[in-house]
Each structure stands twice: as structure tokens, then as C-alpha cells.
Design a protein around this ligand. Structure first.
Ligand code: ATP
Ligand code: MG
Length: 190
């Protein structure tokens, strides 16, 4: 699985990784849209609200019908992929300042932009992965300033050398504080 805050680069790297591994590629957001699994739209956030149980069932069905390796791309902070089916969870992390640029380019409104930056600052996806999947399967990857090719190389290395997998080493709050920008970012969270 490849998870992370919107804009960290999940889709870009997952698709390339799937090609290299000769694996199938599944994008949970696309499945939700295609199968109409959303229950409503949060217009404030321009976001779809899903019913996790329905998504879980659909993903299970797809996994049952797919042979070989599967790369799953999704940012849902709910449990939608069966635990026993998951081999490794890559949590992509991007420095909040770089993420801000990506999300600004996408034209996110301020509310959505800062909600996502806050989620990244507070390790929401990592915490979620650790509370859902076996921690030995959770692998945090800082993609800040790295080329897509470099990120893929790192993923391939970690797939082959799982003992090198680490989590809990990224500390955006500490980094922002050290670089004198924490206050500016915390003010935006009001
Ligand atoms: N390693 C990278 N270096 C530079 N730019 C990247 C990298 N990975 C992705 N990008 C760029 O960052 C942007 C966001 O990437 P992408 O759409 O893959 O993110 P995502 O995590 O799938 O987002 P979402 O959750 O909204 O689907 C894209 O413009 C992409 O080209
Ligand atoms: Mg994506």
C-alpha cells in the first residue's frame, strides 16, 4: 500500500512502481468514484464522504479477483484494506512547505489546503497506518526534494530489505520550529 496526505505523490510513484513490479494498480479514490461508494459530498471541503464498510467489501472483492502483486494507492484514514492482505505500507511524507506549494498549484481552497497541511504536520496518515497495520509493515518515506526515480529506487530497496524500514523519524513540527516557521504554520490552523 502507498498512503499519505493528498499531494505527497502517491499516484505518481504508485503507478511507476506497479509498472516496474509488473503489478496491478488500484486507486481507492477512483474505485469509490467509479462504484459510487460515496455517501455524500462535503461541499465545504469539496470532498467525498465514504462508507468504509462498502469500500472494504469492494476492495476485498477486487483483491480476491486479482492475481499477483498489487499496488494500492489511497489516502483514506480509515480501515479499507484487509490487514492480512497487506504486505507493506509505505507512508509517503512531504515537508509541509513543499506540500503547501503542491496544493496551492492544485487550487485547493484555504480550508482544504490547511486541513491537509495540518494532517501532514500531525502525522495523521502514519498514526492511522500504525493503529491499523502491524508496525513492522509500516515504512515511512520522506519524499521532500527527491525525484520520482529516487523515491522508486528507495521503495524497491525497502521491498527487498524490509529490516531497513523505519517509522517515527519524521518530525515536521520540530523542523518548522528549528527553522523559525512553526508559529506561522500554527497560526493558520485556527
Ligand atoms: N517525487 C516527486 N518529486 C516532485 N514532484 C512530484 C513527486 N511525486 C509527485 N510529484 C508531483 O506532485 C504532485 C502531486 O502528486 P500526486 O498527484 O501523485 O499526489 P497524490 O498523493 O496521489 O495526491 P492525491 O491524494 O490528491 O491523489 C503532482 O504534480 C506530481 O507530478
Ligand atoms: Mg492520487
Amino acid at each position: 500500500m502507498v498512503i499519505g496526505t493528498p499531494g505527497v505523490g502517491k499516484t505518481t510513484v504508485s503507478q511507476k512502481l506497479a509498472t516496474i513490479l509488473d503489478a496491478s494498480y488500484i486507486n481507492i479514490t477512483e474505485i469509490v468514484k467509479k462504484e459510487n461508494l460515496e455517501t455524500c459530498i462535503d461541499s465545504d471541503r469539496e470532498t467525498l464522504i465514504v462508507d468504509p464498510e462498502n469500500v472494504f467489501k469492494k476492495i476485498q472483492e477486487i483483491l480476491d479477483n486479482t492475481k499477483g502483486i498489487i499496488v494500492i494507492d489511497g489516502h483514506f484514514v480509515v480501515y479499507v484494506v484487509p490487514k492480512n492482505e497487506v504486505d507493506l505500507v509505505f507512508v509517503l511524507r512531504r515537508d509541509p512547505r513543499e506540500l503547501r506549494e503542491v496544493l496551492q498549484k492544485r487550487g485547493y481552497n484555504d480550508k482544504k489546503l490547511w486541513e491537509n497541511i495540518t494532517a501532514e504536520m500531525l502525522d495523521v496518515c502514519l498514526v492511522d497506518a500504525l493503529s491499523t497495520y502491524d508496525s513492522s509493515k509500516v515504512c515511512e518515506l520522506d519524499v521532500t526534494g527527491k525525484s520520482i526515480e529516487f523515491v522508486i529506487e528507495e521503495m524497491l530497496f525497502l521491498l527487498n530489505n524490509r529490516r531497513e524500514c523505519k517509522h517515527g523519524v519524521i518530525d515536521w513540527l520540530g523542523k518548522l520550529e528549528l527553522e523559525g516557521q512553526l508559529e506561522e504554520y500554527l497560526k493558520k490552523l485556527d
